[in-house]
Design a binder for this molecule. Structure first.
Ligand SMILES: C[S@@+](CC[C@H](N)C(=O)[O-])C[C@H]1O[C@@H](n2cnc3c(N)ncnc32)[C@H](O)[C@@H]1O
Length: 302
């Protein structure tokens, strides 16, 4: 059996309280929202955020009829659910981005921010994204840029061994990767996406600057630098807008979910979603669809 790609598991992590809330990252949060506004179509029928975490960016998707917050961590999705309340447009779906549990050609817009850096097998992820994208759909992808100014400087001063100019992804910590802009473009093209824009984001992610320059100035300046587009791709973070090819599957059926193991469409009419082909069962509990681990069908009767 093929080995499944390594995953960075945030189950029960304190990502919200220990990384964002009160941690001095208002600058990063605000400049990412500016980039998202710039690149993402404001309205549509279906949107998925892959690796949505606790739903930090969920209020940016208000123009969509149906929004899937997809993540490997059930606990972070529960946090999202707790603050988004009863808004029925949002669906909370736990699973692995290497096996997206959705029918093909479903999403108008796919957003991925701060989670590609956990992809130990980005090709499989991109293959899955291209499967669930509608023809001419948008994939708004953020990635950690290995060719950033700090890495270039450190390399020039011989303070770091790895070259920021080599195209291959660099694993700086276990299951944490930086990517080269040219490598990303090439991969996305191979999976049917055409790059429409790439913009540099978060140039001033430096504690001293954040402490000494007022937040609105720093955010405004970053917003201006984003206009550099491809010429400025030396920032630690890059946002891209990619359009899926015209040919491809258009999802016509009412079925939304598909078995993550064999891709057969699955009806959503019970607290247990069962794949008619491979007979695998998936739990739906308190509004959370759980495709992270299958459950034995017998459990249903227990
Ligand atoms: C750094 S957090 C970013 C969360 C959110 N996008 C944000 O910007 O606030 C990375 C997220 O990616 C999710 N993730 C990592 N590997 C995943 C995988 N294989 N499938 C689905 N989600 C994954 C983690 O559970 C975590 O919530």
């Amino acid at each position: 059996m093929a080995k499944s790609p390594r995953v960075c598991d945030y189950e029960n992590s304190k990502y919200r309280s220990e990384f964002w809330e009160g941690q001095g990252r208002e600058y990063e949060d605000q400049v990412e929202r500016i980039a998202l506004h710039r690149l993402m179509p404001p309205k549509g029928a279906t949107l998925i955020e892959i690796g949505a975490g606790f739903g930090r960016l969920a209020n940016e998707y208000k123009g969509y009829d149906k929004v899937v917050l997809f993540d490997y961590s059930r606990s972070l999705l529960r946090e999202a659910q707790a603050h988004l309340g009863d808004d029925h447009r949002y669906l909370y779906v736990a699973g692995n981005f290497y096996q997206l549990p959705f029918v093909s050609g479903l999403f108008d817009t796919i957003v991925q921010v701060r989670s590609l850096h956990h992809a130990s097998d980005p090709e499989t992820l991109f293959q899955q994204v291209s499967r669930v994208a509608r023809p001419k759909g948008h994939y708004i992808l953020e990635y950690a840029n290995k060719r950033n100014l700090k890495a270039i400087l450190r390399y020039a001063l011989m303070r770091q061994k790895w070259s920021p100019f080599e195209l291959e992804p660099y694993e700086f910590l276990p299951v944490h990767f930086d990517f080269h802009p040219k490598w990303i473009d090439k991969q996305l093209k191979a999976y049917g996406f055409q790059n429409q824009a790439s913009i540099p984001v978060s140039f001033f992610r430096i504690a001293l600057l954040k402490r000494s320059i007022p937040l609105p100035w720093l955010v405004g300046l970053d917003g201006l630098m984003q206009h550099l587009g491809r010429l400025g791709l030396f920032s630690p973070s890059v946002f891209t807008c990619n359009r899926f090819k015209e040919e491809g599957v258009i999802s016509k059926s009412d079925t939304f979910f598909a078995c993550p193991q064999c891709a057969t469409p699955i009806e959503d009419n019970d607290s247990l979603l069962v794949c008619s082909k491979c007979k695998t069962g998936w739990r739906k509990h308190d509004g959370l669809y759980d495709f992270k681990e299958p459950i034995a069908i017998e459990e249903r009767r227990a």
